[in-house]
Design a protein around this ligand. Structure first.
Ligand code: FAD
Length: 515
C-alpha cells in the first residue's frame, strides 16, 4: 500500500513532502504550492485532514498552476524541515508562490480552516496577490474587457470561448477558469456585470451565467439546471471537441461496428445489462479464482461470504440463481480447512447435473464495452454487480449492511486481480466500512467510494476517452441529485439514494445480448 505520510496517502491528491523532496517542490517551481505542516499526533490535524483531502479533490484540475502538499512534522526525519520553515503550531498552512527562492519560508495562509469554499477562494486570493510570480500554466483570472473579447479570436485558435458573467465579488468565473485549465480547445474568461457593452450585447440578466461565444460572432447561453461553478465546469469540459490536454480527441471511428477484434454492440448508456453481470460472474468465478489452486483460511471465509451473498441477491435468470445457490450450499458444507479450486469449478460447471442450473461461460460486455480492449469491461462489471447486489439486498432485507459490504471487501482483498485497486479499496474500507449500519447507507457508501475512485482516475491513462470518469450520476442523468448550497455544489443524498435504488433495480436490468 504505497507511500504513506502520517495522515495522508499517495491517493489523496496531495504531494507528500519529505526532507529530500521539499526543496525541489517548493523552490523555483513553476507551480504555486500550499503546504500543510502537521503533526500526526495532533487531534486538530486529524480532524482537519478530511477537509484538506476534500480541497485537494475539489481543486484537482488546478494542479499545473497551484498544488497542495503536506509534511508530517511528527516524523523525526522531517523535524529539521519544519524548524527551518519556522513552524511552531499544527496545522500550519503556508503558501509558496511560483518561483519562490531558496530563502523563502512561505507566506502564512491565514483563513478560517473550517470550510472548503473559504479555503478554495483563499488559494485564488493568494495566487492573485503574487502577480509577478504567476504560474505559467495559470490562465488570466482578471475580468476581461470588451476589447479583449472582441479581439479574442484574432490571437486564439480555440473552438469555444466561454464567458462567465458575474459580479465583482464572485469567485465562480475564476474557479471555472482553473477547472478548465487542463482542457484544450476551450478558453474561459470572466466578465463583470459592469462591462455594460458585453452585458447588453449578450442580453445578460443573471449573474452568474455562462455564454459560449464563437468566432463568427454568434453566442448561446449555457442552459443548465443550476448556475454554479461545478455545473458550468462540468458542462464545459464535455463540449464537443474539448479534450483533456495530452489526450487525443476520441474519434467516432474508434468505436466501429466493423472493428474485427470487437463487434460493437449498440446499448443504452443509462441502463444496466444482465450480460455484463453474468460476464462479471464468469470472469470472477472461473478466471480470477482459478489463480488460487487451493483456498484456505481468510481467503476461504471471504469466498464463502461472497458466494453466499451472490446466491441470495443476484437478480439474474433462474438457472443462474440455481447454480449460485448450488455453489453456496456446496461451499457452506465444506468443513475441511482447505478446498481446491478444481472442486469448486466442478460445481460451477454443474458436473453433478443439478437440473436447471447454469453459469454461462464466456464474456459478453455490453454496458461495460470499452472503445479499446484494455478499457472498462471486468472492473466496470464488478462495480455494477456490487451496486446491483446492494440495492437488491435492501429490497429483500435478508442480509444486513455488513454482510454485503464485508463480502465485497473480502473478495476484493483476496482475489481482485488489480492489486492496486484492492489496496485502495481496502484503505477506504478500513476508514469507514465498519461504521455502516443500514443497507441504505451501504448503497450510499459504495456510491461515494466509487466516486472517490472516479475522482482519482479522471484523466488517468486507464480512462476510456469515450467514457470519461465523472462524479456520478451527472446532472443530466439525475438533476435532483444535485443542488447548490451557498453557491457551491452539494449532493442531495436522499435523491441520490432513490436514484440508485431505481437505476440498479432488478426490474430495470436489460436482458439484451444474452445467449
Ligand atoms: P466504472 O468506474 O467501472 O463504473 C461502471 C459504471 O458504474 C459506470 O459506467 C456508471 O454507469 C456507474 N457508476 C459510475 N460511478 C458510479 C458511482 N459513484 N456510483 C454508482 N454507479 C456509478 N482502477 C484504478 O486504476 N485504481 C483503483 O484504485 C481502482 N479501484 C477499484 C476498486 C474496485 C472495487 C473496482 C471494482 C474497480 C477499481 N478500479 C480501479 C477500476 C476502475 O474503478 C474502473 O472500474 C475502470 O477504470 C473502468 O471504468 P469505467 O469507465 O468502465 O467505469
Amino acid at each position: 500500500w504505497g507511500a504513506q505520510a502520517g495522515l495522508y496517502t499517495q491517493s489523496d491528491q496531495v504531494v507528500l513532502l519529505t526532507t529530500s523532496t521539499v526543496d525541489s517542490v517548493l523552490f523555483n517551481s513553476s507551480v504555486a504550492v500550499v503546504v500543510e505542516f502537521y503533526a500526526s499526533w495532533c487531534g486538530h490535524c486529524v480532524s482537519f485532514a478530511p477537509l484538506w483531502k476534500s480541497l485537494a479533490r475539489d481543486t484537482r484540475e488546478w494542479k499545473p498552476a497551484v498544488d497542495l502538499a503536506v509534511i508530517d512534522c511528527a516524523d523525526s526525519e522531517n523535524w529539521e524541515v519544519c524548524t527551518r520553515f519556522g513552524v511552531r503550531g499544527y496545522p500550519t498552512l503556508k503558501f509558496f508562490h511560483a518561483y519562490s527562492s531558496k530563502e523563502s519560508t512561505g507566506v502564512l495562509f491565514q483563513v478560517p480552516m473550517r470550510n472548503l469554499t473559504t479555503l478554495r477562494r483563499h488559494i485564488i486570493n493568494m495566487v492573485e496577490t503574487y502577480k509577478d510570480s504567476w504560474p505559467p500554466a495559470c490562465p488570466p483570472l482578471e475580468p476581461a474587457s470588451q476589447v479583449e473579447i472582441d479581439k479574442f479570436f484574432e490571437t486564439n485558435s480555440v473552438e469555444h470561448l466561454a464567458l462567465v458573467f458575474e459580479k465583482a465579488d464572485s469567485y465562480v468565473g475564476r474557479e471555472v477558469i482553473l477547472d478548465l485549465l487542463q482542457f484544450e480547445n476551450i478558453a474561459v474568461r470572466r466578465v463583470l456585470d459592469t462591462e455594460e457593452g458585453l452585458v447588453s450585447r449578450f442580453g445578460v440578466t443573471d449573474f452568474p451565467s455562462c455564454y459560449l461565444y464563437y468566432p463568427d460572432g454568434h453566442f448561446t447561453r449555457l442552459r443548465l439546471q443550476m448556475e454554479g461553478r461545478t455545473f458550468f465546469s462540468y458542462a464545459l469540459q464535455r463540449l464537443p471537441g474539448v479534450v483533456r490536454s495530452g489526450k487525443p480527441p476520441p474519434l467516432a471511428s474508434d468505436i466501429s461496428p466493423n472493428n474485427t477484434e470487437m463487434q460493437w454492440k449498440q446499448f443504452n448508456r443509462t441502463r444496466v445489462y444482465m450480460a455484463d453481470l453474468e460476464s462479471a460472474l464468469h470472469y470472477s468465478l472461473r478466471l480470477e479464482l482459478a489463480a488460487h489452486p487451493t483456498i484456505s483460511g481468510g481467503a476461504l471465509t471471504a469466498l464463502k461470504r461472497y458466494i453466499s451473498i451472490l446466491a441470495k441477491h443476484f437478480p439474474g435468470r433462474r438457472v443462474v440463481r440455481n447454480l449460485l445457490q448450488a455453489a453456496d450450499t456446496w461451499l457452506q458444507s465444506q468443513e475441511d480447512p482447505e478446498i481446491s479450486y478444481k472442486s469448486l469449478l466442478a460445481v460451477l460447471d454443474n458436473k453433478a447435473g443439478t437440473p436447471e442450473a447454469v453459469l454461462p461461460k464466456g464474456l459478453q460486455w455490453v454496458g461495460c464495452q470499452g472503445s479499446k480492449p484494455h478499457f472498462r469491461r471486468y472492473p466496470c462489471s464488478m462495480w455494477t454487480l456490487f451496486h446491483v447486489i446492494t440495492v437488491e439486498a435492501l429490497n429483500s432485507s435478508i442480509s444486513d449492511a455488513q454482510d454485503i459490504l464485508q463480502a465485497f471487501r473480502g473478495y476484493v482483498y483476496y482475489y481482485f486481480g488489480c492489486r492496486e485497486c484492492a489496496a485502495h479499496f481496502e484503505h477506504m474500507a478500513k476508514e469507514s466500512m465498519n461504521l455502516v449500519k443500514k443497507l441504505s447507507d451501504a448503497i450510499l457508501w459504495l456510491w461515494s467510494r466509487h466516486n472517490r475512485v472516479n475522482n482519482r482516475l479522471a484523466g488517468a491513462l486507464s480512462e476510456d476517452p469515450h467514457f470519461p470518469k465523472v462524479q456520478w450520476p451527472p446532472p443530466e442523468l439525475c438533476p435532483k441529485c444535485h443542488s447548490l448550497e451557498l453557491g457551491d455544489h452539494a449532493w442531495n443524498y436522499r435523491e441520490v439514494l432513490s436514484f440508485l435504488q431505481e437505476y440498479y433495480s432488478a426490474n430495470r436490468i436489460l436482458l439484451d445480448y444474452l445467449e
